[in-house]
Design a protein around this ligand. Sequence first.
Ligand code: SF4
Length: 340
Amino acid sequence: MSEKIELLGLPLEKLKSVFAEIGLTSLDAKRVFPWIHVKLADSFEVMTDVPQKVRDILKQRCSIARPRCITEQKSTDGTRKALLEFSDNCRVETVFIPDENRNTVCVSSQVGCAMGCKFCHTGTQSFTRNLTSSEILAQIFFWKDKFPITNLVFMGMGEPLLNYENLFDALSLLLSEKAHNFSRNKITVSTCGIIDNAIDELAKFGVKLAISLHAPNDEIRNSIMPINRKYNIKTVLEAAKNYQIKSNTTHVTFEYLLLKNVNDSDENARELASLLRGIPSRVNLITFNSWPESKLQGSSKETAHRFLRILLAKDIRAIVRKSRGDDILAACGQLKSKIC
Ligand code: SF4
């Protein structure tokens, strides 16, 4: 028997085509769809308004099972990190971040990553494969089965825009009123700066964009982010401006990891401010979360606040972002799944 078809990540039209291939009707697909996405069913047996013979075919040919959870760790600040394993034994990490008035899930989009950013733990794990849309959705189902989820950030392992087809299927389900019904303002997709057609397509979903900038000039960015040799800062900023207009979002977020003696001087802060002048933006300053074998060091809290003051004085909206889950290696740039 061939492998079962994963249904979690299929938008309704794709679900209908799969159903047609296995001898089921559009009406069957329409009945099954809300069971999967609204009632969060994890077996076909509970779908009481779906005829038994349809359920039997589905059981035989398809799957809506959740991935296997290998480990789940809880940080002292309440953040939880789960290592999930898919049917081919590939593993990714996903993080749940509870806060006073929101519960955010950080979603991975690839197994490993090919981008090789020097500050990132995932970047030390070579790229294995893209996640399917079902595997992307499965991470959200995993947390939704336990907690109400209000926000999603595609900032886990991998570069989402290098897996845009599966990302877009996942987004269309997450934004659909008939499925997960997230507001577009509650979803953020993060990119290290892949500037091609995918970013224009992403703008059509109207979700928020975060760009990992991490440097105020090409020299520094080249030294920590190899992708800058393909898409330099000027290209990235131009794309950010276009994205904000096309997506009709209020601003683009720039992530800036403060690295001791690399990008954290007063001069770097002034350079960054002048780069971002005129772009509707917000800067998230992040204190570096180290991981085993990391050669880079984070800037001190004092440096972070001095850097922040310089940006604010130049009318750049910025905050120092609170790091979450760093004691369980769940914070930004710390994820790694060890095997696969
Ligand atoms: S920061 Fe993102 S793009 Fe860069 S290596 Fe890590 S996962 Fe890949």
